[in-house]
Design a protein around this ligand. Structure first.
Ligand code: SAH
Length: 224
């Protein structure tokens, strides 16, 4: 496991082990059953991924701001999306679009082999990189770019996870999905639906999972 125990318990006084265990119970009650996902959620210090002023709320099941008008998803959604990706069996190469704080990346990094993570806002990417390094996550490479275009160089991917919502699924992401691969993505503008797309040859099977609320998937990459 890539997470060092001394790091996963850093600041544990403030964010007590009990609070973290309660979050786990809640995820289980809400239907998260994949033990690898639950274990990753238990080990990962979410408080390191948010502003210090919000650290005391890091183990509530709620979305939190991470600056630049972006938000770290609610733990339930992070767990659910990860579980949906894994439901088809073990994953080698996974592309993530929307690194943000890096929290979802940290969870994913513990349950798949390799991650290719794309983020359009440079300072968010830099910060995520630093925290992931600090907690010893080593199987992630980063790209500063518009994720609407994926990361063709390393594709096709066994799975793709998108954590910002486009109005429709970007065709390039479908192109970069391996045969048998799974794409999990929030889709829509005002009403968004978490969507699972499975590729079978040239067929793409779309399945609506549940209503969600994500920030929009925007165009272009920016430096500040
Ligand atoms: N998964 C992140 C939070 C996601 S917030 C976490 O765990 O913290 C959505 C993220 O998607 C933001 O960081 C936003 O900048 C990014 N994003 C939005 N549009 C994008 C695009 N076209 N390409 C890459 N990243 C994008």
């Amino acid at each position: 496991m890539p997470l060092r125990d001394d790091i996963t318990h850093q600041g544990i006084g403030m964010t007590s082990q009990r609070t973290r265990e309660r979050l786990l119970e809640r995820l289980f009650e809400d239907g998260i059953r994949n033990l690898h996902v639950l274990e990753a959620m238990r080990r990962t210090p979410r408080h390191l991924f948010v502003d210090e002023a919000l650290a005391h709320r890091a183990y509530e099941d709620t979305a939190l701001p991470i600056g630049h008008n972006q938000t770290l998803s609610q733990p339930y959604i992070v767990a659910r999306m990860t579980e949906l990706l894994l439901a088809g069996g073990p994953l080698d190469k996974v592309m993530e679009v929307g690194t943000g704080s890096g929290y979802q990346t940290a969870i994913l990094a513990q349950v798949v082999e390799r991650i290719f993570s794309v983020e359009r806002i440079m300072p968010l990417q830099e910060r995520a990189k630093a925290i992931l390094k600090e907690i010893n996550v080593r199987n992630v490479v980063f790209r500063h770019a518009d994720g609407n275009w994926g990361w063709p160089q390393y594709g096709p991917y066994d799975a793709i996870l998108v954590t910002a919502a486009p109005p429709v699924v970007p065709p390039e992401l479908l192109n970069q999905l391996a045969d048998g691969g799974r794409l999990v993505i929030p889709v829509g503008e005002h009403q968004q639906v978490l969507t699972l797309v499975r590729r079978q040859g040239d067929q793409f099977i779309h399945e609506a999972v549940e209503p969600v609320r994500f920030v929009p998937l925007l165009a272009g990459a920016i430096h500040s």
